[in-house]
Design a protein around this ligand. Sequence first.
Ligand SMILES: Cc1cc2nc3c(=O)[nH]c(=O)nc-3n(C[C@H](O)[C@H](O)[C@H](O)COP(=O)(O)OP(=O)(O)OC[C@H]3O[C@@H](n4cnc5c(N)ncnc54)[C@H](O)[C@@H]3O)c2cc1C
Length: 390
Amino acid sequence: MRRTLYADVHEDYRQTVREFFAREVEPHYLQWEADRLIDRSVFRSAAKQGIYALSVPEEYGGAGERDYRFRMVVNEEAARVGATSFNMTLGLQDDLVLSYLLDLTTDEQRDRWLVPFAEGEAIGALAMTEPGTGSDLQGIRTSARRDGDGAESDWILNGQKTFISSAHSADLVIVAARTNPDAGSRGFSLFVVEAEMPGFTRGRKLEKVGLHAQDTGELYFQDVRVPAANLLGTEGQGLIYLMSHLPHERLGLIAAGITAARAVYTETARYCFERTAFGQPIGDFQHTRFELAEMETELDVAEAYVDRCVEAFNAGDLTPTEAAKGKWYVTELQKRITDRCLQLHGGYGYMQEYPVARAFADGRVQTIYGGTTEIMKELIGREIAKRNRS
Ligand SMILES: Cc1cc2nc3c(=O)[nH]c(=O)nc-3n(C[C@H](O)[C@H](O)[C@H](O)COP(=O)(O)OP(=O)(O)OC[C@H]3O[C@@H](n4cnc5c(N)ncnc54)[C@H](O)[C@@H]3O)c2cc1C
């Protein structure tokens, strides 16, 4: 079926992105994976090309582009070359950190924080998860209390976060903390913690199954003095902000999921007609043909939903439930497809040098972070119950 998502301007942009990946990412990518870190200079080049921090307004040196189709193009081009860790780091900035910074900051905060993003000099992180709580965000124990009475008083932040993407490379971290233990869901706030603040330290860089080039780690806050000017949005609204930004975060994971699944499938279909067994291409076995037919059908159907999500997001009406449906469905599909594609590669599929092996390891987390499949179904189920219970 002809896809109608893109206009000429997106296809022109694709050319720029493709050339950028060929020139600045592909030649270095395996080294970044080995180093467990992406070379920071690539973010500067990506910013210059309008690939990093695309949404930062022009007055701060960015492109001011919030049309999500450009982000889809970046996802597709990253998936083509298997640069998943890099893509997820771009997504962390554009779909998460910047989404908060653009929506919740004062003019003074924008002046301080946005320019370095537009220049590719700043990397951000978002710290919600703690050792004792992930899915259940109301269990957050990291706390902040005012050091004084007035609204201008500093905050003193204490606690620990884990599994934080870009934990070691981040220059600023948006931290979710409890600010009023008696206020229930209205007792949380968001703070921007900057790298040099005394008492802020980074713990272990965690060894993951995949996404090796992206640094994921622990963060510690011990009596960190956070100025009132680093409170993000309104005190007590933290959980509401986290919830309201989830559709954007989940769209990022949906985009990464469908494009990675499509890329691994495309490569596998090609492989099936190159590899022979019993005197014929393995693609000529009926079982293989059925595998390919099923996968391509599922991808086409899911892609139509994803394209609708992108359009809905651009129109400002992608609902949390629609995003949750896409998140669990597409990431579970990605998992199934990657597993089947690995099987079709036989033993080669288990070798790191084959893209399918890396896609298998990199993709496994997709059904976990950004809200697990089970939590997505809970959210959808709750909405169904609300609609049907009179
Ligand atoms: C590579 C990676 C990067 C990450 N990056 C970040 C980041 O940048 N920032 C950040 O804040 N976090 C990050 N996370 C954390 C991630 O969001 C959490 O791991 C995720 O939300 C799940 O939380 P948990 O690990 O505590 O699992 P738990 O909440 O302990 O869940 C364990 C199991 O129980 C199930 N479960 C829990 N509650 C229910 C329920 N009500 N009904 C049914 N089943 C349930 C879950 O679905 C899961 O299967 C990252 C994680 C990974 C692995």
